[in-house]
Write a protein of this length. Structure first.
Length: 280
């Protein structure tokens, strides 16, 4: 797996998916065929849950530029928070989702007894600390108020990023404020629901916001005082249920998500804020 664009393999992909479609057509009793095209013409429909930006935009691009020629219909199901897409996947309302990193997925499974799986990494939705009061980390005063997400995955993510810059020290498994081992500048942290963090930016000295909420709120790179790099471990994954792992529709979608066409779209649309993943 490479996180830089490579040569497209569309002809091979089409041939592979066509073969998979023939196999699917002969398995009328399988879960995949029940939600596929009733006429057996192509792969059929796949319901994918995601937040609008950037995942929904990526899915809509795929639906209009690649999925159709494979006989795949992508039905984008929009969500506005991080709490419900996994629940919808578990109860069968959707077939896959694209909004979370592998750590978030593992935490969900552990906390709910679920067995959702990752098909693979799709892209990095870079998160950043934004501020309307200071222009750089160096301008943060001792005792500054910093807003961070209140979910274990993204809260630990924010704290680790600050630790990488030497502003605080944290334990290796930091997931919340109890994982801070040293706070020499006496920063005050406010734990806030992820979706409302953009609105907190004017009221605090800095706020950690993931791109899914930063872009719709109009936050720009100019307001970011610390941004994740492509070495971040928080790449979003395509998730599904175990019974759909090898479903031809899931396979086709992941191949499209990691194609050079989608990488080009992500780079052109977000200028590096969304880091693509492409297959070797």
């Amino acid at each position: 797996m490479s996180r830089t664009a490579r040569t497209a393999r569309t002809p091979l992909l089409i041939a592979a998916v066509a073969s998979a479609a023939l196999l699917l057509a002969g398995c009328a009793g399988s879960p995949a065929s029940e939600s596929g095209d009733a006429d057996g013409d192509g792969l059929g429909t796949l319901k994918v849950g995601a937040l609008q930006t950037p995942a929904g935009d990526i899915l809509n691009h795929i639906a209009e530029n690649g999925a159709a020629e494979l006989g795949l219909t992508i039905e984008f199901v929009p969500f506005t928070d991080y709490n419900t897409p996994n629940t919808a996947l578990v109860d069968g309302s959707i077939d896959a989702n694209l909004f979370q990193n592998s750590t978030f997925l593992e935490n969900f499974n552990t906390n709910t007894g679920s067995d959702l799986i990752s098909v693979g990494e799709a892209y990095l939705p870079s998160a950043a600390f934004y501020s309307s009061k200071v222009d750089s980390l160096d301008d943060l005063e001792d005792g500054a108020t910093i807003a961070i997400p209140n979910d274990p995955t993204n809260e630990g993510r924010a704290l680790k990023l600050l630790a990488q810059e030497g502003l605080i020290e944290v334990s290796d498994d930091v997931a919340d404020l109890t994982g801070i081992t040293d706070n020499p500048r006496d920063f005050r942290f406010q734990e806030i629901e992820n979706a409302t963090l953009p609105q907190a930016v004017p009221d605090v000295d800095a706020a950690f916001v993931t791109i899914s909420f930063a872009l719709p709120a109009g936050l720009t790179a100019d307001q970011a005082i610390l941004t994740e790099g492509e070495g971040s471990p928080y790449y979003n994954v395509l998730a599904t249920r175990p019974d759909l792992k090898d479903d031809p529709r899931i396979v086709a979608l992941y191949d499209l998500l990691t194609s050079t066409d989608v990488a080009d779209f992500e780079n052109e649309t977000w200028g590096g804020l969304v880091v693509p993943v492409t297959k070797d």
